[in-house]
Design a binder for this molecule. Structure first.
Ligand code: HXC
Length: 260
């Protein structure tokens, strides 16, 4: 598969996807979306791959937003007719059931922040900056910023970010729960790949169901979520990997997984 705007590398059981438009601070245009849809679909279909990492090329930006130069002359009716931005949620978030991590290496603004928040979790470098500055362009988040940011950091911070357009640094992002870890820039990729390798080494059905369960917490009531959690646990309890995992613990040896 050849891509115009991203680099894709398999590193053992981990797929590394790198946004590759550093001259535009990895701004997200329609071609990037098409490339990412293909890359995530290939990752999802490949049974050798257990986790993916998404990062941006260069030291300055993960992604500085949706591509403003692509949007500047687009009429409002076209955004609506094309349901512009819908593919990010419908074709990446909803169809990628395996875990993936965003390794944020600098600016994650607008669509860049929204793309990072589509990941299962974010690991950030110390120079990372997060923001939803769309209001300064006369618009508002269009790829999930208002919804995922509010769920991640709560109303006060989300309102502050969306209404002032200010940036949050890595320390504030970690403090507010937007990111799970902050590391020096030169350790970012190694840290994200190590986390991804650890996940890829887990029983794959359990990894997918853990992801699904946590996501369910944002979609349903506590009572319904607790029932779903128990049912998913009970489904996992009937897998060969559960038998192997528990036997391996009792026998004090590492488990080996079949994904069934
Ligand atoms: C297109 C972009 C871009 C973007 C940067 N570039 N961000 N191109 N879309 N979102 C380009 C610049 O035009 C420039 O290319 C090159 O990248 C380097 O950027 P500079 O601005 O020269 O760098 P710097 O001065 O260091 O400033 C960095 C920055 C700034 C603070 C990140 O670039 C910036 O504010 N970018 C826009 C951030 C933003 O508003 N994002 C939200 C987009 S809207 P050239 O060739 O010109 O020199 C969005 C959702 C919209 O994401 C939803 C609508 C419904």
């Amino acid at each position: 598969m050849s891509y115009e705007t991203i680099l894709v590398e398999k590193k053992g059981n981990v797929t590394l996807i790198t946004l590759n438009r550093p001259q535009a601070l990895n701004a997200l245009n329609s071609r990037v979306l098409e490339d990412l849809i293909q890359a995530f679909a290939a990752f999802e279909a490949d049974r050798t791959q257990g986790c993916a990492v998404l990062t941006g090329l260069g030291e300055k930006a993960f992604a500085a937003g949706a591509d403003i130069k692509e949007m500047v002359d687009k009429a409002g009716a076209e955004f609506y007719a094309q349901d512009f931005f819908a593919g990010w949620t419908s074709q990446i978030v909803k169809t990628t059931r395996k875990p993936w991590i965003a390794a944020v290496n600098g600016f994650a603004l607008g669509g860049g922040c929204e793309l990072a928040m589509m990941a299962d979790f974010i690991i950030a470098s110390e120079n990372a900056r997060f923001g939803q500055p769309e209001i300064k362009l006369g618009v508002a988040p269009g790829m999930g910023g208002s919804q995922r940011l509010a769920r991640a950091v709560g109303k006060a911070k989300a309102m502050d970010m969306c209404l002032t357009g200010r940036m949050m640094d890595a320390a504030e992002a970690e403090r507010t729960g937007l990111v799970s870890r902050v590391v020096p820039l030169d350790q970012l990729l190694a840290e994200a790949l190590a986390a991804a390798e650890a996940i890829a080494a887990m029983p794959p059905l359990a990894a997918m169901m853990n992801k699904e369960m946590v996501n369910m917490a944002f979609e349903t009531t506590l009572d319904t979520g607790l029932i779903l959690e128990r049912r998913m646990f009970q489904v996992l309890a009937s897998t060969e990997d559960k038998a192997e995992g528990m036997a391996a613990f009792v026998e004090k040896r590492p488990g080996t997984w079949k994904g069934q």
